[in-house]
Design a protein around this ligand. Structure first.
Ligand SMILES: [Cu+2]
Length: 92
């Protein structure tokens, strides 16, 4: 077996674990009350290292956040929204 093949096999073995590191949570953010609020919340969450995707919605007063759970966690996400003036709690 060549070194290249060993590397390829190692990469294939690791890839599923990398994919499994992405978690998605929905945060309840009751203080969002105008169209600017979701923009502010999204900016605050996007600044958190490890966050890959944020979708804040005024109608449901919630934000869906995808993040790498080896780089951040739900506590850091709720802290980030609270620091921006929008305390949040996890829906799921
Ligand atoms: Cu607002």
């Amino acid at each position: 077996m060549t070194t290249r093949n060993v590397l390829l096999i190692a990469l294939m073995a690791v890839t599923p674990y990398v994919a499994a590191d992405t978690q998605t949570v929905t945060l309840n953010i009751p203080k969002m009350d105008c169209p600017i609020c979701p923009v502010t919340v999204e900016a605050a969450l996007n600044k958190v290292d490890g966050v890959s995707e944020v979708d804040a919605d005024l109608d449901t007063r919630s934000a869906t956040v995808s993040f790498d759970d080896s780089r951040t966690n739900v506590d850091e996400l709720t802290t980030a929204t609270a620091n921006a003036g929008y305390p949040s709690t996890v829906i799921q």
